[in-house]
Structure formats: C-alpha cells, structure tokens
Design a protein around this ligand. Structure first.
Ligand SMILES: *Cc1c(COP(=O)(O)O)cnc(C)c1O
Length: 341
C-alpha cells in the first residue's frame, strides 16, 4: 500500500480529510447495518436534536504503525465501553461495543495510506461520535441518531521538543457535582471554550479546574487528567466522580505499578498539597503526558521542581514506557494492542 505524500513530521493537530468514514443510522429502535462512505458531509434537518439541545457524545483514539510495521490501535475496547456510558447518561441508544471495534477497524483499514509511518512521531487520530439527528423541538431525547467515525492524520505532539506547560487555577467550573463531567460529551467542551480563551488571554496554556462544591480539590484540565509525582516517587492521581476517566491515565497507573514498580495513590488530591509534589503531568490520548512546569493560583506561583525545560524523571519514564508499549518496542499487557493489519 502506497502511503500518501504527506510531510508527516510537520503535520499539526488539525482536520485533514481522508478517503473513507463509517456511518450507521439508528431509526425505529434499531441501528442499520452501517458501512463506509466517501461523503464527508452530514446532512440533517434544521431542527435536529443535536443542533437544538446538543445531544451528542464522542470518543478519541489513535492508530499508528508499530516498529514491526503493523497498523494498530490502543485499547479501543475501553473507548467502546466509555461511549456506552456516555450514551446511556445522555438518553442515547448504545452503539454496540463489538460493532464500535469493527467500525474502527474498517475506517483504519480503508485509510491505511494516511496512517503515518513508524518513527515519524505522527499518528492517525480517530473520532467516533454520535448525535440526535431527527427534528426535536420540545425538550426530549431524539428518536433517530447517527454514529460516525472519521480519521485524520495528526503530527507529533512535542514538535521541536518537550515544553512544560504553565497552567492557572480557573475561576470557572468544568463540571457540576452529580453532573456530566465524567462523560465525553460536546456539552462539556462548549462551556469550557470561554474558560480556555480566558486562560490563553492571560498567558496560560491550560486551566486547572478545582471541584465545584468546595474548590479545594484538584479535578482536571479541559481535556486531560492530572498525574502527580511525590518527592519520594509515588504517583498520585485525583479520584473524583466528575472527572473524565482517561484511558491514558488508567494505562499509566498500570504501567507505574506493574512495569516501574512504583506506588500509586488514586485519591482525592487537595490543591493545598500541590506545592509539595515533585512533578506534574497532563494525561490524554493527544500527548500521552505533557509535563506541567508551573501552576499559578491568582498570582501565587507554584514552580514544579522538574522545571520549565524538561519532563520530570518519573514522568519521562512513564511516557517512554507507555509509548514504547504502544509502538511495539516494549511487550504490552494482554489485550492492549489491537492489530488491524
Ligand atoms: C478525552 C478526555 C481526557 C483524556 O482521555 P483519554 O482517554 O486518555 O484520551 C481527559 N479529560 C477530558 C475532559 C477528556 O475529554
């Protein structure tokens, strides 16, 4: 298979249209058989449920080329399961988990020419999503839905080297107690846009959101979970019902325990404790881990001992081990690597 003529290592994180995408429609209480299409446009009624009341959820995962030349995805079963949880909470029909995985396989195989080669640092990002598609004007769940997956190649996250982030404690809340913060839903992002634009205008890369009830505990950023390292090399990650259960964070916790022999605490993390940690990172599919160098709370700066020029030692070890597993350089736990071709 001939690869597309793309300058892989200079790709950014943006939409590049690829050849095929998967579509399935839900009508009369059932999903149709679904399949690939070349049509990148969605045509829906002006009154579609998603356009009026934002009934939608999504997932994000990557396909990449391993050292031995296979095209694989990483733990797509966890994306399928998480999308089921999102759909249920949003009163949407569940797209069956086995069909989710088959759809991922079809989209990746059909766009294999866009999967960046091993060593380029680039990957192919997959975006499964679902939305209410029929007209809804009284507030209620839609009766019809569309599930789609498209693929787009994305460049290396740390282009030009690692740059630790400077983040600020946000005055906005990301999620309500007993709300929808644990779902991968567009609604959580719509209301975060003003908060992130405000952070950027003030010179920060990201927001640190605290728990909305007490504003004393660390939750997450707009799109990544926190992972801290204590001065005695313990990994600490916030536990809360209103953070999104990151697959990267869950995988890093396993890697810390089982590959690196580190102690891991998944618990509530008080903001008060942050100044005593040695390292801080943000985990998510896009970057795996981005190091945080500085956290600013209304003018009060917390400078992580790991500094502003590189990843902390433990963060780096976690990053290298997980990306090594993903790229086939290190043996993966059973079931983590889903080979497509
Ligand atoms: C997607 C997402 C993450 C990261 O999850 P991964 O499964 O690791 O990609 C973290 N926080 C939020 C709010 C997210 O939407």
């Amino acid at each position: 298979m001939e690869k597309k003529n793309i300058d892989w290592s200079n790709l950014g994180f943006g939409y590049v249209q690829t050849d095929k995408r998967y579509v399935s429609n839900y009508r009369n209480g059932a999903w149709d058989e679904g399949g690939l299409t070349e049509d990148a446009n969605v045509v829906i009624n002006e009154c579609a449920g998603v356009l009026q009341y934002s009934q939608s959820c999504f997932e994000g995962l990557k396909a990449y080329t391993t050292q031995d030349g296979h095209i694989v995805t990483f733990r797509p079963d966890l994306n399928a399961a998480r999308m089921e949880d999102s759909a249920k909470r949003l009163e949407m029909p569940v797209f069956p988990q086995d069909r989710f995985i088959e759809a991922v396989e079809q989209v990746v195989a059909a766009n294999a020419a866009y999967v960046p080669p091993y060593g380029s640092g680039a990957t192919m990002y997959l975006r499964p999503y679902m939305f209410g598609s029929n007209p809804v004007i009284g507030v209620k769940p839609a009766d019809e839905y569309q599930f789609r997956i498209f693929a787009t190649p994305v460049g290396p996250y740390f282009k030009g080297g690692v740059r630790p982030l400077t983040i600020c404690v946000s005055d906005f809340d990301r999620a309500a107690p007993h709300g929808t913060g644990h779902l991968k839903a567009g609604l959580n992002y719509a209301m975060s846009l003003h908060a992130i634009m405000t952070a950027h205008a003030n010179g920060f890369d990201e927001n640190m959101y605290l728990d909305p009830a007490t504003r004393t505990k660390v939750e997450e950023t707009g799109g990544a979970n926190f992972l801290f390292v204590t001065k005695d090399n313990k990994v600490v990650t916030p536990k809360s019902d209103s953070i999104l259960p990151s697959i990267t964070r869950r995988s890093l916790v396993y890697v810390a325990k089982e590959y690196l022999g580190l102690e891991v605490e998944e618990r509530e993390v008080l903001f008060e404790e942050v100044k005593d940690f040695a390292e801080c990172g943000l985990c998510g599919t896009a970057a795996v881990i981005s190091p945080v160098g500085k956290i600013v709370d209304h003018g009060k700066e917390i400078c992580m001992p790991s500094g502003m020029s590189e990843m902390g030692a433990v963060t780096k070890k976690l990053y290298e081990t997980l990306t090594g597993i993903q790229m086939g350089r290190i043996e993966a736990p059973e079931g983590w690597i889903h080979v497509i071709e």
